[in-house]
Structure formats: structure tokens, C-alpha cells
Write a protein that binds this ligand. Structure first.
Ligand SMILES: *Cc1c(COP(=O)(O)O)cnc(C)c1O
Length: 416
């Protein structure tokens, strides 16, 4: 959460909570717009486009802002493709990077005017309903690169085409009639060291030269994937996005000097674009003192899975208590019958009493979208803090009717 977002939100938080009720995610439109500008500025030295990873924050109101500012969309399912089309994305502004893809998904991706299809395996060439003119394969470097906790070691990750198959993938695509090509990889997640991202660009530009020479083709773009990190923990360093831009631009210029042209550079960030520009706001409803002290709030993993799923750190604050209040060490928990339903474990916080607003930081990406309804716990509403200070509801909370919607169906029985 940036100081600017905090300054915009804090004075109004109690009124927002009264007007809309808790819990809610609230996103900072001004912050999102600034990050869009800073990303564009960082990559001003190259022919560049960001395809926002829809799964990070699949809300049409936010997607429309991204589209208006010139971004494309990275989708990996039919509903995500529908969202991108719904906000008016042109076919070349939609990248379909799925894995373990069904034929129905390929048919949808290639229908409706098409999009840029990024294949996750060589075998999928035979399963496409037709060979699109423009094709791309996701590269998995295996033991050549490190990866990290979220995405795993590349050689243990299910994603992409192996090193030894990569040339063959393009050779076969060429043989089947593809005419235009791109390159794609994504080897890191939540990376906050710019060197790794520049190294990825170097690796992929080297592939471009090798494959161009061997196959007599040209690559229109190199997609470096997502994975740009954000500082979840106070005091951790933000990613030096300008250094990435400079590093990538230098590599692209070397490429151009050798070959007389250069591919466009694409990224497909989610977290970096919206992560810091959202918070989850919940109210403390219970306090329990057993072997540990527990602060129970009115949100749970249905609103934010990352702490329970990855052990991810999300900074927590108690609204209005930033001063000299007595502090204590607590677990901040939701109501799920799962012991990992905790937003914070053994965290030192100002002493919380029932009714306090708890602000969980950096939930603008992979927050609401990852939620589930296990235990009958429904997903919360989403709000947008607009640049003029007004607040708009951009998704209502789920209701019991939503929960029961799949129980209204045509009865079907297969007799014995
Ligand atoms: C999840 C994902 C992204 C976005 O990742 P971030 O960590 O949010 O930047 C981009 N591309 C692909 C293929 C993904 O699966």
C-alpha cells in the first residue's frame, strides 16, 4: 500500500465501511493509473505493450481502465476471454496463455475474431481446430533457470515447452502453415530483483536469433511473462522497473544492431499493476484468548487465499491506531473451519477491540479473484476509490442465492 493510497483512504475509511458494510476490497484508481504510466515510461525505449493478467483482478471496471490506457489482456480461460472482449479488446490485444487447454477453450479463443494463441505444449498443435496465422509457444528453461516458491523450479513446473522441444515446436508450426511468430516465457513470480527479469529478456532474445537463423523465420514479439514483484513486507525494496526498462532496451538495441530489426517486447503483469493498489477491509468481531490471542474478523480465505495457500505475508494495520497504543502479538483469523484461515500469524499489532477496522494490505491482485466458497463462506464486494475521492461499488458481495444457484438444474439420471 503506497503512502498516497493510505492518505486518500484513511480519512474516509470509517464512512466507507458504514456506507457499504464490511468486508470489502477497495482499489485505488489513481494508484493504478500511476503504475500504468510508470510502466510505460520504463519501457519507453522499446516498442512495448503490457497484456494485463486478467486473473489478478478480473473486474470489468478495472479492466476497462487498463484497456483505455492502451494495455492488452492476458487470458487463460473462456470467462477471462469473455471479460477481455466485453471491455472492447481487439484480437491483437488479447493473449491466450493457458495450460492443459481443452478443445472448447481453443475454439473459443480462435473464434470471436481470434486472439494471440500461446501454446503450452508441442502436442497441442494437433489439437487446435485450425492453425492460426500467428503462433507462440511458452518456453520452460528447466534447470537452466531457478524459479521461486510461488511458481516452483522450472523443471518441476507443469508450464511450457521443454528446452529440447522448443525448436521443433516452431518447425512443426511452420510446417503446418503458421506464418507469424512470437516467443513467450514466464519463469519467475513476485520477483523484486530486476536482474532476473533482464536475464529472461537476454535468454529469449538469444532464442529469437537462434531460431530465426535455423528456421528462416522472424519473431514479431518476445513476451517476458508476468512475475514482476511488489514489496509485501514493510521495508522490502520495490522492484526497480526503470532498471528493467533500461536493461531490456539495451538488449533490444544490440539485437537491432546485429540484425537490422527487433521484436516488440510484451509483458503480462498482474500483481505489479494492481497488487499494491488494493486493500481488504474487515471488522474485528471477536477476541479469543487461549494458548494464543486470536483476533477474529468478518472476512476469511474467501476474500484472500494467499496467506493460507502460500504462507504469503500481507501487512495488517488497525485503522486509526498508528500511534502509541499498547501492542500485542496475535493471530488474525477468519471463521473457516480450517486452521490455515489466518491473515496474520503471531503478528505484533496495536491492541484490537471488537469493532475495529482491520486493513489487510496489497490485496489488489490475486485477492478477490482467488477466493472460494468453501464452508459456505461467500466472497465479499469490491469497491473502487475514484481519483475524485468518491467510492463506487464495482462488484456486490455474493449472496446465498448465488451459493444455491447451481442447485437449480434440470434433473438427470442415468439408469442402470
Ligand atoms: C499468473 C500469470 C501472470 C501474472 O502473474 P503476476 O505474478 O500477477 O505478474 C502472467 N502470465 C501468466 C501466464 C500467468 O499464469
Amino acid at each position: 500500500m503506497s503512502p498516497a493510497f493510505r492518505a486518500r483512504l484513511e480519512p474516509r475509511l470509517e464512512r466507507i465501511a458504514e456506507r457499504f458494510g464490511t468486508p470489502f476490497h477497495i482499489y485505488d484508481e489513481a494508484g493504478i493509473r500511476q503504475t500504468v504510466s510508470s510502466l510505460k515510461r520504463a519501457f519507453a525505449g522499446v516498442d512495448y505493450r503490457e497484456y494485463f493478467a486478467v486473473k489478478a483482478l478480473p473486474n470489468p471496471r478495472v479492466l476497462a481502465i487498463m484497456g483505455e490506457l492502451g494495455f492488452g489482456f492476458d487470458c487463460s480461460s473462456i470467462p477471462e476471454l469473455m471479460l477481455a472482449r466485453q471491455v472492447g479488446a481487439a484480437p491483437d490485444a488479447i493473449m491466450f496463455t493457458s495450460n492443459n487447454t481443452s478443445q472448447a477453450e481453443f475454439a473459443d479463443a480462435l473464434g470471436h475474431g481470434g486472439c494471440i494463441v500461446n501454446l503450452d505444449d508441442i502436442s497441442l498443435l494437433d489439437k487446435l481446430p485450425e492453425i492460426p496465422e500467428l503462433l507462440c509457444f511458452r518456453y520452460n528453461p528447466g534447470p537452466r533457470r531457478q524459479g521461486n516458491d510461488i511458481i516452483g523450479k522450472p523443471e518441476e513446473a507443469k508450464f511450457g515447452v521443454a528446452h529440447e522441444q522448443y525448436e521443433e515446436a516452431y518447425r512443426r508450426a511452420l510446417g503446418l502453415g503458421a506464418k507469424r511468430f512470437g516467443l513467450h516465457t514466464m519463469v519467475i513470480s513476485n520477483e523484486t530483483d530486476f536482474h532476473g527479469i533482464v536475464a529472461t529478456a537476454r535468454m529469449m532474445l538469444a532464442w529469437a536469433e537462434t531460431l530465426e537463423d535455423r528456421l528462416g523465420i522472424r519473431f514479431e514479439f518476445v513476451n517476458l511473462g508476468g512475475g514482476l514483484g511488489i514489496p509485501y513486507e514493510p521495508g522490502s525494496e520495490p522492484l526497480d522497473i526503470a532498471a528493467i526498462g533500461r536493461g531490456v532496451a539495451a538488449l533490444v538495441e544490440e539485437f537491432r544492431a546485429r540484425r537490422g530489426y527487433a521484436p516488440r517486447i510484451y509483458t503480462e503483469s498482474g500483481r505489479y499493476m494492481t497488487g499494491p493498489h488494493g486493500v481488504l477491509v474487515a471488522r474485528a468481531i471477536n477476541r479469543k484468548e487461549i494458548y494464543r490471542t486470536y483476533v477474529g474478523v468478518d472476512a476469511c480465505m474467501s476474500a484472500l487465499m494467499r496467506p493460507g495457500m502460500y504462507g504469503a505475508y500481507h501487512h495488517v494495520e488497525v485503522a486509526g491506531k498508528n500511534g502509541s497504543e499498547p501492542r500485542e502479538v496475535v493471530d488474525v483469523v477468519g471463521p473457516l473451519c480450517e486452521n490455515n484461515d489466518k491473515f496474520a500469524i503471531q503478528r505484533e499489532l496495536p491492541r484490537v477491540v471488537d469493532g475495529d477496522l482491520i486493513v489487510i494490505h496489497d490485496t489488489g491482485a490475486h485477492g478477490h479473484s482467488m477466493g472460494f466458497t468453501y464452508n459456505g463462506r461467500l466472497r465479499p464486494q469490491e469497491l473502487l476509490l475514484r481519483p475524485d475521492g468518491s467510492v463506487e461499488r464495482i462488484r456486490r458481495a455474493e449472496t446465498v442465492d448465488d451459493y444455491f444457484a447451481t442447485l437449480s438444474f434440470e434433473p438427470a439420471v442415468l439408469g442402470h
